[in-house]
Design a protein around this ligand. Structure first.
Ligand code: PHE
Length: 338
């Protein structure tokens, strides 16, 4: 029967070009209920009885052959698929890795570290205190009783009648002297809060460094020496410190402190507003009332204290023109201080 040979040839042609996704189609085409092999069996009905047996056998052989070949291909395709999957999943350890971004310290954190290192090298310890303070530590104990006009100088965020966001780091002076007796030599750096409208030099959140030394025979000269040494290490050997009389209730005498302008070296420029000096903060000799409040005898011990602005220090050292930049999180700014 020539049709058997035709089907075989067609099968050979088709299976040569077989793609995995056509396998099912090919199987149905030849072996399905209405497929080519079924068609051959149908033809069998019309052939003479004596040839039926042999022809039937030939069709069966072809059918078996087709089944086997298809099975072979099925296995082949499955293997190929498996191989491909393995290849895709395998890791090429020679491919260069993706670079990951590393974090780095914020410019203020770096400046704080720098300041701490200078004072640590001068034998100071580092203290901390809470940002939510009581009226007592922020004002009372610092010789600023209720209704004292000095309270108006520091517009305060009150949380309740007795609780507030500290307006200065000076409460840490009191907290330190409560738990530590002289000799005391500490600095404390932290956030302060004031109800100031923000502009290029004011921010409702800022940082201060507080310094406190209490011992026998501590004098104003020690205060001057300490701030001068810090200033020289921070801003350069030829930087000067200026003290001018000022009033803070918790020191007596009190002084406003300024450093010679690091830009123009004191000649006068835009940064120092032609004055040659840059104001850094307050300082003075610890007031006897403050010492009494923490049971330290002012007849035996004296102390000096100072409070400078951290942002101010950073702005001067790194020529940062606007205090708001520290909090804006603009990467173009932050990345300059990697
Ligand atoms: N606490 C003062 C302020 O915030 C600064 C200061 C600190 C003054 C220590 C004298 C002594 O303005």
């Amino acid at each position: 029967m020539k049709e058997i040979e035709e089907v075989r040839i067609e099968f050979e042609e088709k299976i040569k070009k077989l793609k995995p996704e056509d396998l099912k189609k090919l199987e149905t085409y030849f072996l399905g209920r209405k497929g080519k092999v079924a068609y051959l069996f149908e033809l069998l009905r019309n052939i003479p009885a004596k040839e039926k047996r042999e022809t039937g056998q030939q069709i069966n052989e072809l059918k078996e052959y087709i089944e086997n070949r298809i099975l072979q291909y099925k296995q082949l395709f499955e293997e190929e698929e498996q191989q491909e999957k393995l290849l895709k999943e395998s890791i090429d350890i020679t491919v260069p890795g993706l670079k990951s971004e590393f974090g780095y310290l914020h410019i203020l954190s770096m400046v704080i570290k720098e300041i701490e290192e200078i004072f640590l090298s001068m034998g100071f310890d580092i203290m901390t205190g809470p940002e939510i303070e009581s009226d007592y530590y922020n004002f009372e104990a610092l010789n600023i009783p209720e209704f004292h006009p000095a309270r108006d100088l520091q517009d305060t965020f009150y949380l309740s009648q007795k609780l507030l966001l500290r307006t200065q780091t000076s409460p840490i002076q009191v907290r330190t002297m409560e738990v530590q007796k002289p000799p005391i030599r500490i600095i404390a750096i932290g956030k302060c809060y004031r109800r100031d409208a923000s502009d290029s030099s004011h921010s409702p959140i800022f940082h201060q460094i507080e310094g406190l030394v209490v011992d026998k025979n501590v004098s104003f000269a020690n205060l001057k020496g300490t701030l001068l040494e810090f200033t020289r290490q921070m801003f350069g050997k030829d930087t000067k410190v200026r003290f001018s009389p000022s009033y803070f209730p918790f020191v007596e005498p009190g002084a406003e402190t300024a450093i010679s302008c690091v830009i123009c070296k004191g000649k006068g420029c835009r940064v120092c507003k032609q004055s040659g000096w840059l104001e850094m903060g307050g300082s003075g000799m610890v007031h006897p009332n403050v010492l009494k409040n923490v049971d330290i005898d002012p007849e035996k011990f004296q102390g000096f204290a100072f409070g400078w602005g951290i942002e101010r220090i950073a702005m001067i050292k790194y020529s940062i023109p606007d205090i708001r930049m520290f909090l804006q999180n603009d990467l173009r700014f932050l990345e300059q201080f990697k």
